[in-house]
Design a protein around this ligand. Structure first.
Ligand code: HEC
Ligand code: HEC
Length: 365
């Protein structure tokens, strides 16, 4: 990040600000100025990422077109334990390819056994989300990637320490130079490479996709087909209002925030304010971003706090109208669904398990 021009700028601003003779600069203004961010762009040929059946083209930011080199580098970083302070945690520990890119726990266990307060969502298809995290506090995959590295209960490694660590490894330095052009490794490059790898983690072509978009009417069971009708019927399941299905593709998320009353304790208090922490709007209390339902049969337990164990329990929760509270979404109300209809809904959710993306496991495997 530091080059001649930027360190010069810093010195000028410090001089103006502190109004001290140059010779005293270091002593008087010893604290480190925040380094300005140098623009970082991949240098290679951009590659097309193919979306599987049922998914739209993956959105790509103008300043980070994926290249073979950035994707390969991101994949390596994603699986590298050295991104954590004590070399024991990688992104993959909590978003594992053997568990559809989740960790199978109610809430995640981070470095040295420390637990967080939220369930790890799958990284599959995260590239389609307008904002990241249950509360939407990250605006892009790039913006998201740096967070867990520094988070004391996740990977607990300061960015400058990580960058210095990677810079000492010739293989990494060479891979970064190849991906972004010669220069020191910095956190922006790390974030961009990881984000590009994540944009390849697309999962579609599920039985539902083959049925809905592939013209294969035998791809889903009769129960799942009935379940789809209930899912879409606003007088029955009303699920599609938030878990959206479009004409040519389905993301199963409106990308918006809703309060279902999950995580309300016995005294009726919200344990997690969700979106409210970001916006400070009263209406956002206890609201969380609608998760995708793709691969949902493989990513138990459910909800932002992992409080619901099975898909049957999720359906029962909706049938009961969520948990009553002053901010409950107006679309959440008791559902009149008979036992077999509930089973059909579960059969439909099970038909949303897609293919695992190619080249998504640890590098070299
Ligand atoms: C200790 C476990 C842990 C580690 C390590 C971890 N994550 Fe996560 N990840 C989580 C949890 C928990 C959340 C949800 C947090 C929230 O919403 O506040 C999350 C959220 C995400 C999301 C947002 C998904 C969504 O649907 O909003 C992405 C993308 C992601 N992580 C990628 C990564 C990457 C890349 C790394 C490595 C740099 C990483 N994670 C490391 C546990 C972990
Ligand atoms: C008002 C919008 C809305 C409606 C209607 C809705 N959902 Fe949801 N759904 C959400 C939100 C928001 C969450 C996450 C809530 C949380 O974590 O607190 C969620 C979570 C889920 C989950 C857990 C997914 C995971 O990865 O944890 C499943 C499964 C699910 N919904 C299925 C359904 C079904 C089936 C219906 C219809 C019976 C339905 N939803 C109706 C918004 C909605």
């Amino acid at each position: 990040m530091i080059n001649g021009v930027f360190s010069m700028n810093r010195r000028i601003s410090k001089t103006l600000f502190c109004v001290v003779p140059i010779s005293l600069l270091i002593v008087s203004c010893g604290e480190k100025a925040k380094e300005p961010e140098a623009p970082v762009k991949p240098i290679g040929q951009a590659v097309a990422i193919e979306s599987p059946l049922g998914l739209p083209p993956v959105p790509i930011p103008a300043d980070n077109p994926p290249t073979a080199d950035t994707i390969a580098l991101g994949r390596r970083l994603y699986y590298d334990l050295q991104l954590s302070g004590n070399n024991t945690m990688a992104c993959a520990n909590c978003h594992s390819p053997t568990m559809y890119f989740t960790d199978g726990r109610p809430v995640s266990t981070g470095i040295a056994g420390k637990t967080g307060t939220r369930n790890a969502p799958t990284v599959l298809n995260a590239a389609y989300q307008p904002v990241q995290f249950w509360d939407g506090r990250a605006t892009s995959l790039e913006d998201q990637a740096g967070g867990p590295i520094q988070n004391p209960v996740e990977m607990n490694q300061k960015h400058d320490v990580m960058v210095a660590k990677l810079g000492k490894m010739t293989e990494y330095q060479d891979a970064f130079d190849k991906a972004f052009g010669k220069g020191p490794i910095n956190v922006l490059k790390v974030e961009k490479a990881i984000a590009s790898f994540e944009r390849t983690l697309l999962s579609g072509n599920s039985p539902f996709d083959k049925y809905q978009y592939g013209g294969d009417k035998n791809a889903m069971s009769a129960a799942a087909i009935r379940g789809l009708a209930i899912f879409k019927d606003k007088t029955k399941g009303n699920c599609v209002t938030c878990h959206t299905i479009e004409d040519k593709f389905a993301l199963f998320s409106d990308g918006k925030f809703h309060n279902l009353g999950t995580g309300i304790d016995a005294n009726g208090e919200l344990k997690d304010q969700g979106r409210y922490d970001e916006t400070h709007l009263d209406a956002d209390r206890g609201a969380f971003r609608t998760p995708t339902l793709r691969d949902v049969a493989k990513t138990a337990p459910y909800m932002h706090d992992g409080s619901v164990k099975t898909l049957k329990d999720v359906v029962d929760f909706y049938v009961g109208g969520g948990t009553s509270n002053p901010h409950l979404d107006k679309e959440i109300k008791e559902l009149k669904l008979k036992g077999p209809e509930r089973e059909d809904l579960v059969a439909f959710l099970e038909a949303l398990t897609g293919d695992m993306p190619p080249n998504s496991g640890p590098p070299g495997k």
